[in-house]
Design a protein around this ligand. Structure first.
Ligand SMILES: Cc1cc2nc3c(=O)[nH]c(=O)nc-3n(C[C@H](O)[C@H](O)[C@H](O)COP(=O)(O)OP(=O)(O)OC[C@H]3O[C@@H](n4cnc5c(N)ncnc54)[C@H](O)[C@@H]3O)c2cc1C
Length: 465
């Protein structure tokens, strides 16, 4: 198929932010023949999902990223740029649970792909979750069968802890499953985690049950996603400027129209439509006062924000049995994955990627102390880790890295279309069904592109938008 370049005089769109949302938005806009410019502050694309080479020439990732089999729009995007999901991902059908009190279990995820294994594992391993614990989960999952709108209406006022207590949930299930899951999903404890967000994930899993699997990447995301996506865009006439931060947003005095994006040294980018695809904590201080005075934008500035800490550790020996995904109860290292077999092969030994959460009280710890804490936590459930020698480690701390999923926060996320007719929003923090995630970012970007196309190409049939 011939590649479509923008026609002479094509309408122009300026996008600030080269993360998954900004790039997805750009992809669907170049497909529509629009002239797109993306400005990204970092020297590479991918934002919070990015990977980059460190001073040793080794790939480092912003954080452990798991791809859920229910990420349908992300898969569509990958297929459309020729990076087929089954080529760039390996799939895992189970999750290992470990408790520092010594108990552990491996539960299957997909009763359709692997019915016998999933059933057998669910019915056995009763020292991790007892029979009563397991039976108690079944009616508790009932709210997740409702529509997302109903879940939002009924559960966004409650935290996971409040919902669980109200529903008579059992303490062992909370400590061994829910708490590490909440810490792993959005780096937040259940008492700060909206039950709407949590049950929304359960809803997406239930309705996507055929595809419930965990995907790990077969390499660095820069190679697998962001470089190919960048090429897809530039091949279609887009301009991508990395290392180029948005410094200011200019709008008219009444805040009724954006007039330009200002970059370094006063350089100005002018376009027919402007997309803000930076996170809300970056957008808020850039908002001109004429925008900030409007309720829509003031609410964005008020979205609660949480930190994140990611730790990657290299060991002198193999510390796990394979590329598994582990949830660890009662530690601040609730999620880790062995990455040496597939994602980042190492000549000898292991390499694990760990999410440290909740991160709030750990941000001021020195990197060495954080690494020691992670090794002690995982070593408490895996003796090989405790005995192994750490040969290298990387710690990445971000004071602001996601919208904190407090009750009400997910409902307060803005739509992609704003009250300013030529200003649009893209991001995992805008309204879409997959909360703060890669799929959420892709959907946020795609929905944004749809709004921009409706605004700039009103004659395009709606079915093609
Ligand atoms: C540690 C960690 C682990 C995660 N694990 C998972 C996971 O396992 N599974 C999953 O699905 N999701 C995971 N996520 C979530 C996922 O990474 C995000 O939801 C997604 O990447 C957000 O994409 P985005 O485009 O909305 O935002 P971002 O990726 O933040 O993109 C915004 C872009 O704007 C750029 N920018 C910032 N300031 C400026 C400026 N002034 N001018 C221009 N550009 C600017 C940033 O550099 C960035 O590239 C994880 C996130 C983190 C932090």
């Amino acid at each position: 198929m011939a590649i479509k370049m923008p026609a002479e005089g094509a309408r122009r769109v300026a996008i600030a932010g080269g993360g998954l949302a900004g790039l997805t938005c750009a992809k669907y806009l170049v497909d529509a023949g629009l002239q797109v410019t993306v400005v990204e502050s970092l020297p590479f694309l991918g934002g919070r999902a990015s990977t980059y080479r460190d001073q040793d020439g080794e790939w480092v990732e912003q954080g452990l990223h798991i791809f859920l089999g229910v990420y349908s729009e992300f898969m569509t995007l990958l297929n459309e740029i020729g990076q087929f999901a089954d080529d760039i991902l390996f799939w895992m059908d189970d999750v290992h649970y470990q408790d520092r009190d010594g108990h552990h279990a491996t539960y299957g995820l997909n009763p359709i792909h692997a019915p016998l294994k999933t059933l057998f594992r669910a019915l056995s391993q009763n020292d991790y979750l007892g029979i009563l614990d397991k039976l108690s989960i079944v009616p508790l999952a009932a709210p997740a069968f409702a529509s997302l709108e109903a879940i939002q209406k009924n559960y966004d006022g409650l935290t996971v802890t409040e919902w669980w207590r109200k529903a008579g949930g059992r303490e062992d299930v909370m400590q061994r499953v829910l708490r590490p899951l909440c810490r792993g999903l959005q780096f937040t404890d259940p008492d700060q985690f909206s039950a709407y967000d949590f049950l929304g994930w359960a809803h997406n899993a239930i309705y996507g049950i055929r595809n419930i699997r965990l995907g790990g990447y077969e390499g660095a995301r820069d190679d697998l996603i962001f470089a190919p996506l960048g090429r897809y865009l530039t091949d279609r006439g887009a301009t991508i400027r990395t290392g180029t931060p948005l410094r200011a947003i200019h709008c008219d005095a009444a805040g009724g129209r954006v007039e330009g994006f200002e970059l370094d040294h006063g350089e100005r980018v002018e376009a027919d439509a402007y997309v803000v695809a930076v996170p809300p904590w970056i957008f808020a201080p850039l908002m001109p006062s004429a925008l900030r005075e409007q309720t829509f934008f003031a609410e964005i500035a008020n979205l609660p924000v949480a930190p994140a800490i990611s730790v990657q550790i290299w060991f002198d020996r193999a510390v796990t049995g394979g590329p598994g995904f582990y949830l660890v109860a009662r530690t601040h290292a609730p999620v880790y994955q062995e990455q040496s077999p597939h994602t980042y092969p190492v000549a000898r030994g292991s390499r694990i990627s760990v999410i440290v959460s909740p991160a709030d009280e750990l941000l001021d710890l020195e990197d060495d102390a954080l690494v020691r804490m992670v090794v002690e936590s995982i070593g408490s459930v895996n003796q090989v880790v405790a005995d192994a020698v750490v040969t290298k480690s990387v710690v990445l701390k971000h004071r602001q890295h996601l919208v904190r999923p407090l009750p009400g926060a997910m409902s307060a996320r803005p739509q992609q279309r704003t009250p300013v007719p030529n200003l649009f929003l893209a991001g995992d923090w805008t309204q879409q069904e997959f909360f703060g995630s890669q799929e959420g970012a892709v959907r946020g970007g795609k929905y944004c592109a749809r709004e921009v196309r409706c605004a700039l190409l009103p004659d395009l049939p709606r079915s093609r938008v």
